[in-house]
Design a binder for this molecule. Structure first.
Ligand SMILES: NC(=O)c1ccc[n+]([C@@H]2O[C@H](COP(=O)([O-])OP(=O)(O)OC[C@H]3O[C@@H](n4cnc5c(N)ncnc54)[C@H](OP(=O)(O)O)[C@@H]3O)[C@@H](O)[C@H]2O)c1
Length: 280
């Protein structure tokens, strides 16, 4: 990959992981398009990029909105050229799409069930569907829009975001888990479909990296570990949470058309060994 002056699009670029990926790509001389719904979050990433002399543009938009993403793509291509690298980092969970129960409890059938108890039957289906949509369709839409530019330009590389849930669902997060399983499947599908267009499609599956949302589940307000955080740590041989920097080597390699020239359709865990142990 000759990175310099090529266009990289990063969705979720105001977030914990993809802000660092955007900074890394801009540092290689790529013209970086930062997409997310909140311009202020993107502005913070843009500041870091510009401080290092990199080029970027802030494009607020929702990855579920094909019209909005197409408009961004057209504007960017007209001014900067076609997208050659796409990082599909936008995604996440919603607290109301989570259960509080880890397994069925007969109490959830009772009319006197405690208000804070949320089981499978109590899930808000609209929120459930919105998590599914953002984490799946929100990857498919940028692949269609920017993949078209790559196909017209003669090739490119796409990186999707899977998770530990891709391999085996965690308790309490059924919509998120289901959507991240779908990402590995879609990555394989699209890799095969796009191979004749010289577009490689791969995914990373981060282990546990603390972000704004997951901090509430994994940590206590005083910075210690919550019971769920303790469980994660007890199952992570390297004994720590990931830092965004831990992803960069794998991401850089997967996006590099020379170093990963024959690599497509894979999902690579970056997880401190989480998947390598049964925990027993
Ligand atoms: N952190 C982890 O431990 C971990 C583990 C496995 C997988 N992942 C995956 O890695 C990716 C990045 O995670 P992260 O930890 O960096 O999360 P994050 O800090 O929450 O960042 C995600 C970003 O996506 C943006 N976003 C969400 N919905 C969007 C939409 N509909 N349209 C456009 N942008 C949207 C959000 O910004 P706005 O709200 O402003 O739009 C947010 O800045 C996600 O796909 C996540 O599921 C994370």
């Amino acid at each position: 990959m000759i990175w310099k002056d090529k266009v990289a699009v990063v969705t979720g670029a105001g977030g914990t992981l993809c802000s660092e990926i955007a900074v890394m790509l801009a540092g290689k001389g790529m013209k970086t398009v930062l997409i997310g719904r909140t311009a202020e979050k993107l502005e913070a990433t843009a500041k870091k990029i510009r401080a290092k002399g990199g080029a970027c543009r802030i494009e607020a938009g929702d990855v579920n909105d094909e019209e909005a993403i197409s408009a961004i793509a057209q504007k960017t291509a007209a001014e900067w050229g076609p997208c050659r690298v796409l990082v599909n980092g936008a995604g996440g969970n919603n607290i109301k799409a989570l259960t509080t129960l880890t397994a069925f409890d007969p109490a959830e059938l009772s009319p006197e069930k405690p208000e804070e108890m949320r089981g499978f039957f109590d899930l808000d289906m609209e929120l459930f569907k919105s998590v599914l949509e953002t984490n799946t369709v929100g990857t498919v839409i940028p692949c269609r829009v920017f993949g078209r530019q790559m196909a017209e330009a003669g090739g490119g590389a796409i990186l999707n975001f899977a998770s530990m849930n891709t391999y085996c669902p965690l308790s309490r997060v059924p919509a998120y888990a289901m959507s991240k399983a779908a990402i590995a499947n879609f990555t394989q599908y699209l890799a095969a479909y796009f191979a004749p267009a010289k577009i490689r499609v791969n995914a990373v599956a981060p282990g546990f990296f603390v972000n704004e949302r997951s901090r509430k589940y994994l940590c206590t307000p005083d910075g210690g570990l919550s019971p769920r955080g303790e469980k994660v740590m007890g199952h992570t041989p390297m004994g720590r949470f990931g830092e965004a920097q831990d992803l960069l080597g794998c991401v850089e390699w997967l996006l590099d058309d020379e170093k990963a020239a024959f690599v497509t359709g894979v999902t690579i865990p970056v997880d401190g060994g989480f998947l390598s142990t049964s925990g027993i």
